[in-house]
Design a protein around this ligand. Structure first.
Ligand code: AHM
Ligand code: MG
Length: 344
């Protein structure tokens, strides 16, 4: 009941995501309706995946991954299922010319031999990030990133259509399957968040114009890796813990990027996945995780860096490359960079 009252307050204008997409279509500089259709397709796939994630706890009842269910269908792992749902939805609607997914070795070309096929967007997706959290009922997310292709329409997409620097993104967003399910996205004109009303399957604008506080009091990092971190990162962590001014900060790490990012955007904070002596570029993928989150962060007045340069200016060289990632409130990311850059 309390939840419903809160929901009513948050959505007092009752703008749905569908209405918002239509209303804002004309403010998008390349508007042809194609991007709107694409975001609508992502909205649809998000609802399907949400439904599956929500019943994950019933897995022992309904059958574990690898089992065959009562209809004779194989039960899939949720990350595989999410991957299939997003790819199928985008393929069926024929609104993109290519898809790359963290779950796939190579990119997928769509209608590559059809010269009448005029679609100009490619989508890069991490269908279910943080999926190791599913078994323990902790929030997971989907992350997506959209670019205009570089190669001519009507020809097969190539690797270069996907290996574009993040500052070329036309849209990016995430879905968080949490206590509420939210879809948060940007088309380069600020960041807006929509909350799903599960009773009727509609996303409502609940968080218009989301912005990172300039600074915050939360740092999010896997401190179990502390001994393997570069000295600059260790020094910054010690800085966060020091009793001085508004410090020590609070340590909060879910191990689910979308959830850690989302909390930090609302409350103010920094998320870090540094390189280490055991992972030379950290863990997170530039194309599927860092670029979209960096685009959202910058559009929300935050900052994203690899410790030395802006994430969005990195020129990718391969689909699955990893980069160190420092992202969140601008003042905190700048401070972390200062510590890191003391050591070459
Ligand atoms: P995944 O793409 O395999 O799910 O990994 C990405 C996830 C992030 O969501 C999270 O922030 C990070 O891995 C946690 O990694 P770690 O357990 O090493 O701290
Ligand atoms: Mg991931």
């Amino acid at each position: 009941m309390v939840h419903n009252v809160h929901f009513e307050m948050m959505t007092k204008k009752n703008t749905t995501l569908g209405e918002f997409i239509i209303e804002n279509q004309n403010s998008f500089q390349y508007s042809s309706g194609e991007l709107s259709k694409l975001i609508n397709a992502i909205r649809l796939a998000a609802k399907v995946v949400n439904h599956e994630v929500n019943k994950a706890g019933l897995i022992d009842v309904l059958g574990a991954a690898g089992d065959t269910n009562i209809q004779g269908e194989d039960q899939q792992k949720l990350d595989v299922l999410a991957n299939d749902k997003f790819i199928q939805t985008l393929k069926n609607r024929e609104i993109v010319c290519g898809i790359a997914s963290e779950e796939e070795d190579d990119f997928i070309s769509i209608n590559s031999n059809d010269e009448n096929h005029q679609n100009k967007y490619v989508v890069l997706i991490d269908p279910l990030d943080g999926s190791s959290n599913i078994d323990v009922n902790v929030s997971v997310g989907t992350i997506f990133s959209i670019y205009r292709r570089i190669t001519p329409v009507g020809t097969p997409v190539t690797l270069e259509d996907f290996l574009q620097p993040g500052d070329q993104q036309v849209a990016a967003g995430y879905i968080i399957y949490g206590t509420s399910t939210m879809l948060v996205y940007t088309t380069g004109d600020g960041v807006n968040g929509f909350t799903l009303n599960p009773a009727i399957g509609t996303f409502y604008l609940s968080h218009p114009n989301m912005q990172f506080p300039k600074t915050g009091k939360i740092y999010s990092v896997n401190e179990g890796n502390y001994t393997h971190f570069p000295q600059g990162v260790k020094d910054y962590i010690k800085h966060c813990q020091k009793e001085e001014g508004d410090r020590p900060y609070t340590s909060r790490y879910i191990g689910s990027l979308v959830s850690d990012f989302h909390r930090n955007m609302i409350k103010g904070g920094i998320y870090m996945y540094p390189k280490s002596s055991i992972a030379s570029n950290g863990k997170l993928r530039l194309l599927y995780e860092c670029n979209p989150m960096a685009f959202i962060a910058e559009q929300a007045q935050g900052k994203a860096s690899d410790g030395h340069q802006r994430i969005l200016e990195i020129k990718p060289t391969e689909l699955h490359e990893r980069v160190p990632f420092f992202c969140g409130s601008t003042a905190m990311v700048t401070k972390a960079e200062e510590f890191i850059q003391k050591y070459h």
